[in-house]
Design a protein around this ligand. Structure first.
Ligand SMILES: [Fe+2]
Ligand SMILES: [Fe+2]
Length: 172
């Protein structure tokens, strides 16, 4: 049985994961407008990942007898003009999501809710990867993104990213 507090935090996290998807959809549109289809594709895959995160959270709540409440998703309101803007905003956003996941974890720990802690282990690890990916994109843009050929090659590479369902989804 989930405590009221843990359940509320996880329900809130459903909304935050959908917001992440919405934010990355905005980034996808930004790069499409700039004809950088590879960068757009990278965020397109990211959108799918974030929707999967929301689905995992919902499934967990449902499996534990909690009725999910879907709230309105905020409008993405990060101003984007420079090609680097989404990359920087992406890292900042993932750092914020890590904090949220850690808050969920801390609440579960407080309640000795070991089941939820075990469920959240995957998300803790995933956030480490999300932050690394976001930070790598910034470093690589710094290194290669400032001349036309380098940018073309980066874009071509990001075009090859494909969506893979989270391991936690396919394992059971
Ligand atoms: Fe996520
Ligand atoms: Fe994420």
């Amino acid at each position: 049985m989930l405590s009221e507090n843990v359940a509320k935090l996880l329900n809130n996290q459903v909304n935050k994961e959908f917001y992440s998807a919405y934010l990355y959809l905005d980034f996808e549109n930004f790069y499409k407008d700039k004809s950088l289809d590879g960068f757009a594709n990278w965020y397109h895959v990211q959108v799918q990942e974030e929707v999967a995160h929301a689905q995992l959270m919902m499934q967990y709540l449902q499996d534990n007898d909690y009725s999910v409440t879907l709230e309105a998703i905020d409008k993405p309101n990060i101003p984007l003009s420079d090609l680097m803007d989404p990359l920087k905003a992406g890292l900042k956003h993932e750092q914020y999501v890590t904090e949220l996941i850690h808050n969920c974890y801390a609440a579960a720990y407080e309640e000795k809710d070991f089941r939820t802690m075990q469920f959240l282990d995957w998300f803790v690890k995933e956030q480490g990867e999300e932050e690394k990916n976001a930070s790598d994109m910034i470093s690589r843009f710094d290194l290669f993104g400032h001349d036309a050929k380098g940018l073309y090659d980066l874009d071509a590479e990001y075009k090859t990213r494909t969506y893979v369902a989270p391991s936690i989804m396919t394992n059971n």
